[in-house]
Design a protein around this ligand. Sequence first.
Ligand SMILES: *[C@@H]1O[C@H](CO)[C@@H](O)[C@H](O)[C@H]1NC(C)=O
Length: 343
Amino acid sequence: MLPTSSSPTRFMRPRSRGSAHLVIILVLVIYIVYLHTNGSPYDSLSRSQLVPFSRRSTSAANRHVLQSQQMVLTTDKSGWASTHGKAGASIYQRPLTPVPKGDMRIAIASMNTMESTYDHISLSGKFGYATKHNYGIKMDLAVPKGFRAGAVWHKLNMVEYLVRTGDYDWIWWIDYDTVITNTTVKLEDIIAEALHSEKVKSPQDIHMILTADCWPLNAGSMLLRSTPLMLEFLSDVWKCGDTEDDQNRPNEQSCILDVIEAKPFWKSRAMWIPQTKINAFPSEISCFDKHQKGWTPGDFVVHFPGAWAHLQDIKDPYGVLMRKYNEWVEYVHPGSLFFDMGC
Ligand SMILES: *[C@@H]1O[C@H](CO)[C@@H](O)[C@H](O)[C@H]1NC(C)=O
């Protein structure tokens, strides 16, 4: 005997529950379709941005939405805003291309690939300094996809890029964990002073102005001449680091030193200046060159390499040091007594 025929009530109940489910599902489907067709353009844009470009929907509706959000980029300066006739006062309205000083067009290059607690300090200092003196600036915030060498090796790519533009005479590589503590100091003065020091016989041959710390080279701050010869030097450095063994690749700093030390040709094109000129370390990181001098007020820039090793008990040692020394930047305390005294 079939159970369904013995009890009509038990037969009816499941059927009515089934149609109730159907109605709920139908309402939901209609609601979802409604949301889809009535979402704001902004919603659609952010939804589509979650998908990689190559896989984005190219339906007519989507294309239309994206087009309406598109910005038109132009280099035509006539339309640029001016701040009450003082466009120069706003650093955001002009491209950071260098204005030549005598025979020097200078670019600043730096890089960071991870979020830190001191991004604004580092970036605002470098962009502000570049703007103040009309230097170009290149700041990379990621390495190319599939880049196998450690991120520090990307600095060679950046220098190569800047050399190839032909837009610069000198490039200042400066690590990200640095504060420019005296923005009055000009790179062209540091370069000129170095090249015209007594020990230099032919200034035009000098391609690298470097500093040591307690190791013979610190590659965190380097002045590099932007000529085709620099590309040859970079190739030699790449060769030094060229290994299939990603784990045991030397870092770019030891390769730069190795290449200079190995070939008299490169050695004659490099010179060392006192660490405090372009690469002062604070007293907290006492790894100094032969002059045994740390950063003091008035120095150009302070650098915190290996802060993690020197300040092991402190949480976020780089951020702590960056914030501490950023207090010395004149725009932080414009009229403070200290700077009025010109100390
Ligand atoms: C900054 O450097 C300039 C040039 O070397 C120097 O004259 C000036 O005194 C320094 N500024 C401070 C506040 O020490």
